[in-house]
Every structure is written in structure tokens, then in C-alpha cells.
Write a protein of this length. Structure first.
Length: 547
């Protein structure tokens, strides 16, 4: 970013927010979601707003778009964009501003995109509502936009439904929609949070390139200082609705002044492996040989479905007390592998042996008895915890299903909740009363209730704030040390794998392309794909230099 003559007057900001207060409904944990927030955003600038869940960063962006949830309102302050007070506009006038002058990329494209509408038609709808282009011109513009955001064969892809696309492709469709009317301000709300590192790198590079070419201003919401190091010109740090620090990205990264900023930077996982002695065992706890699983993709009206190998001839062992990290991009087969091991999916071929027994061949009562020794923690605790059951019953259900008396199971649930850092009183509350990190702790407690010997963790921290992520990773390390658990830890983030894994298996297109001790994989990766994954980690060099 170019510097200016300090004696020259500063250019007028494109966006100027002053004294913004966003008030929550009665009964909320605090009165204001956003309190006395003020900052400027200039044309040609990328401003990152950083903070944990509940810091007010997304509601600040929603206030700028005037898309606040029902019951939440701006009660004080001004939002000036290019000389216009947005808070003084009628709703009809504001609708014209959205799209034309303000564009927004949402965090989760699957909830923002219409699942029963083709993606090309969804981009076309923006143009039809907000422009005077005829159908033919709109069709050409749709192809131009899809091509501009790096989507392959846009003339074919435009007729796809969102569920047919990968996460990165869906996010590119969202970017195309946001850019359709060439807005002067682009708001990106956590657009890369759930993406694997290579897709994340591509999306960040795309936003940075589009911003440089068009000169638009970008307000980028994130909880990850790795992203800040990769993309930001300036940074605003928010905590509990207030700004605690702001400045040039280089200054904030290298000389953070507020303890909260230092905490967030310190919480970013780094490629630091930890030596941990594992007792020699005469035989592996889990032994997988030549495991395979294929799917047949849906065909079109005149085309046949294609056979896709999700897991192809995969073999590995896990020793008692060992953690094997499985890393790779979305679609590499790592989550399918975890589900095959625990028998939530049936394999096409191969062998799964657990503690010497043929777990893959077990049926009926034998399978039921064996399954308690292998438990799983899923990526999304919102989806994996029954919202209608109290937490105590969620944790106790497993032991009760295996014949443990209810009172004893509930006592065990209280003990486990304390083990994962929650108050025993949590047994009487429902999942929605907890934060995302707390819900994941409940999911871990539930998985431990049957005293398993192997824990499969499928992307258990990918959707969590970096500080909460650090706490949950520390909890995993503490639990495996205290209980002697073996783990199959699945993640797309090599930094996370470095924090927990003794060995690393790198998966690509259903196959393990590298398997070695964690320190060797990170220090001297043998496979080009592993090197690509390491190079894609956002802000890796900048944060490593600071550390």
C-alpha cells in the first residue's frame, strides 16, 4: 500500500462509521452488541475487522448493509457512505444501495444461495432486479462474472445447482453475485472460515486481485489473524462490542498494544510439533488394510453417472495412545475414511482390525459390543447434538444404551462435563444455551462416556474461533494424555494437525500420498501436494517471523 505525504490532507474515506451503537433485545447477555464503534474505510483498501464470536464484528457489517436481525437495532451513531447517511435512507432507497454500491459475501454460501435455483439464474436475478440489461446482455454478463472469479467452464457450470458445487465454487458464486453491479464497497463476512487451506488461499487471492483491479474498498470480517497477515492493509480489533485496537496491519501484527490482540495472535496455531513418548506395543490398536469406497455420481438426462473413488486402497496403523492426523483438501476422502473406520459407511473392500479382532466383519451384537470402543466427535455440534434433549441426557444416553443404570450414567455425565471444562450444572441445560466451543466440549464428553480406546475427531475445531480452537486442542491433548486414548484426527488445517498429531497421513483424491512422523512431514515434506498444502497456510511466513 502506497504511503502519502504526511503534510498532505488525508483523502476522504469512502465509509465513515462514528459512535455506532447496536442494541440487543431484552433478556440478552448484554445491552449492546456494538458500542461506540467508529472507523473509516478508504477506496482501494482492505480493512480487516477481527474478533471472536460475539465481538460484534458481523453485526457491525450487518448494520452497514442495514440487514440487522429482527429485534436488533441501531440506536445511536452514523454510517456515512460516499457522503450519504445510510441510516437516514428509506428502505426502498436502501434496496437500491445494496448491490449497486454495497456488495456482501456471506460466511456460509449453502444458506445464502437458493438450493432449488441454478447458480447462473441466481446471478442473473441480481442483474434483472437492479439493472436495465436485457436477457441476452444479462446472460453474457453472468458468463463474464463467473469467468472473472475463476470458475471453470462457466457456460456449463451456470446450469448447476449449489449442492452440485464444491465449497470453494459456491463461495466464488457468492463473490460473482456480490460483484455483479460493480459495488464500490465489498463486505466479506468470514468468507473462508470453513474452507480448506488451498481453497482459502485461492479465495483470498481472488478478493485481493479484484480489489486491486477495481479499486473498491473491502471490509473483511474474520477471527483469524493468519488471514489478516495475508490480506489486510489495516486492522480493527473488536472485543465484546467495542474496538480495543486499530491500525496498520504491519504495526498491529508486529507490535500489538492490547492484551486481547496479543491473545488472538498467540492463539493462531503454528507448525510446531511436540515430542511425545508413546509406549511400544506388540500390535497396533487399529489396523486398516487396502480400504476402498466408491460412489456413483448422479448423471444428467443424456449422461451416465461417473464412478468416483472417495477412498482408494488406503492402509495405515494406529498404536495404543497414538494420534494419527489425516490432512487434505475438501474432497480428498478424509471424512469418508473416518466414517468407514467406525462403520457409519460400509466399505467396498479392505480390512479393518481393532485390537486384533476383525471389526470390519462384525455384525449384530458383536458389532454393537465393539462399537463402544470406537467413538466419534463430529465437525458441527449444532447438527450432532439433539436440540430437544438436555445435555446430561445427551452424554448419558450411550452408557444407558449399553445397560448402565440411569443414575450412574448421569453421575458419569457430570464427571465428564467437569473433565471437559464445564460446570456439572450443565446437565440440566439444552445445547442452544451454550457457545460453539462449549457445544464441542459437550460432544467430546458424549464421545468419552463409553470409555472408548479410539476417538475419531472429524474436523472438530474448523468452525471455531482461534482462541476457542486453541482451548479445544489443548483439551484433546490433555484427554489423550490422561486417558491414554488413541485418536484419528481429521483436519484440513496442517497447523491444527501439528498441535495434536504424532504422525501425519496426507490424503489426496482418496489416496494417502505421504505418511510419516509429524516433525518430518512439516520439516521436509516429500510429496509436492504436501508442500502445496504447507505453502497455502495463510500468513504463515509473516506470523512465523513474528513468533
Amino acid at each position: 500500500m502506497q504511503t502519502t505525504d504526511p503534510a498532505a490532507p488525508a483523502p476522504r474515506p469512502l465509509v465513515s462509521i462514528r459512535g455506532l451503537h447496536v442494541t440487543l433485545p431484552r433478556g440478552a447477555e448484554r445491552r449492546h452488541a456494538v458500542e461506540a464503534v467508529g472507523f473509516d474505510l478508504h477506496a482501494g483498501e482492505i480493512l480487516c475487522v477481527v474478533g471472536e464470536s460475539g465481538s460484534g464484528k458481523s453485526l457491525t457489517a450487518a448494520a452497514l448493509m442495514r440487514l440487522l436481525p429482527r429485534g436488533v437495532a441501531v440506536t445511536q451513531g452514523t454510517i456515512d457512505v460516499d457522503g450519504t447517511d445510510l441510516l437516514a435512507l428509506s428502505e426502498e432507497a436502501m434496496r437500491d444501495w445494496r448491490g449497486r454500491r454495497l456488495g456482501m459475501i456471506f460466511q456460509e454460501p449453502m444458506t445464502a444461495l437458493n438450493p432449488i435455483m441454478k447458480v447462473g439464474a441466481q446471478i442473473d436475478e441480481v442483474l434483472r432486479v437492479h439493472s436495465d440489461l436485457d436477457a441476452a446482455a444479462r446472460g453474457r454478463r453472468v458468463i463474464e462474472l463467473m469467468d472473472a472469479v475463476g470458475l471453470p467452464t462457466p457456460h456449463l457450470l451456470k446450469d448447476s445447482y449449489p449442492f452440485r458445487l464444491s465449497g470453494g465454487q459456491r463461495q466464488r458464486i457468492m463473490i460473482a453475485m456480490a460483484l455483479a453491479l460493480e459495488p464500490r464497497v465489498l463486505i466479506a463476512d468470514e468468507p473462508t472460515t470453513a474452507l480448506d487451506v488451498t481453497t482459502q488461499k485461492q479465495i483470498l487471492a481472488l478478493i485481493r486481485d479484484l480489489q486491486a483491479r477495481t479499486g473498491m474498498a473491502v471490509l473483511f470480517i474474520t477471527h483469524d489473524f493468519g488471514v489478516v497477515a495475508e490480506i489486510a492493509h489495516r486492522v480493527v480489533v473488536m472485543q465484546e462490542g467495542r474496538i480495543v485496537e486499530q491500525g496498520l496491519a504491519a504495526e498491529v501484527l508486529e507490535r500489538p498494544s492490547h492484551p486481547y490482540t496479543r491473545k488472538l495472535i498467540a492463539a493462531v496455531p503454528r507448525l510446531e510439533t511436540h515430542d511425545r513418548a508413546i509406549a511400544a506395543a506388540p500390535a497396533p490398536l487399529l489396523s486398516v488394510r487396502n480400504l476402498s469406497k466408491a460412489y456413483v455420481s448422479a448423471g444428467g438426462l443424456f449422461t451416465r453417472g461417473r464412478r468416483v473413488r472417495a477412498v482408494n486402497d488406503v492402509s495405515f496403523d494406529i498404536a495404543p495412545g497414538e494420534t494419527l492426523g489425516v490432512v487434505g483438501e475438501s474432497g480428498s476422502g478424509k471424512s469418508t475414511l473416518g466414517r468407514l473406520v467406525i462403520r457409519l459407511l460400509e466399505r467396498d473392500g479392505g480390512e479393518i482390525r481393532f485390537d486384533g479382532a476383525d471389526f470390519g466383519a462384525a455384525r449384530g451384537r458383536a458389532l454393537h459390543a465393539s462399537r463402544r470402543m470406537i467413538q466419534m466427535v463430529f465437525q458441527d455440534p449444532y447438527a450432532s447434538l439433539n436440540p430437544r434433549k438436555r445435555v446430561g441426557r445427551l452424554v448419558a444416553d450411550g452408557p444407558i444404551a449399553y445397560g448402565e443404570p440411569r443414575d450412574a450414567a448421569m453421575d458419569r455425565a457430570r464427571e465428564l462435563l467437569r473433565l471437559v471444562g464445564l460446570d456439572a450444572a450443565a446437565v440440566d441445560r439444552y445445547p442452544h444455551e451454550f457457545s460453539g466451543g462449549q457445544r464441542q466440549r459437550i460432544a467430546i464428553a458424549r464421545a468419552l462416556a463409553l470409555e472408548p480406546r479410539l476417538l475419531i475427531a472429524d474436523e472438530p475445531v474448523s468452525a471455531l474461533d482461534v482462541s476457542v480452537q486453541a482451548q479445544v486442542l489443548e483439551l484433546f491433548n490433555e484427554i489423550r494424555t490422561r486417558l491414554g486414548l488413541a485418536m484419528l484426527f481429521i483436519t484440513h488445517d496442517l497447523r491444527v494437525a501439528a498441535n495434536v498429531a504424532d504422525r501425519i497421513a496426507v490424503m489426496r483424491a482418496g489416496e494417502i500420498v505421504e505418511l510419516d512422523a509429524a516433525e518430518r512431514v512439516f520439516a521436509s515434506p516429500r510429496h509436492p501436494y504436501t508442500r502445496d498444502l504447507l505453502d497455502a497456510i495463510p500468513g504463515r511466513e509473516r506470523l512465523a517471523a513474528r513468533a
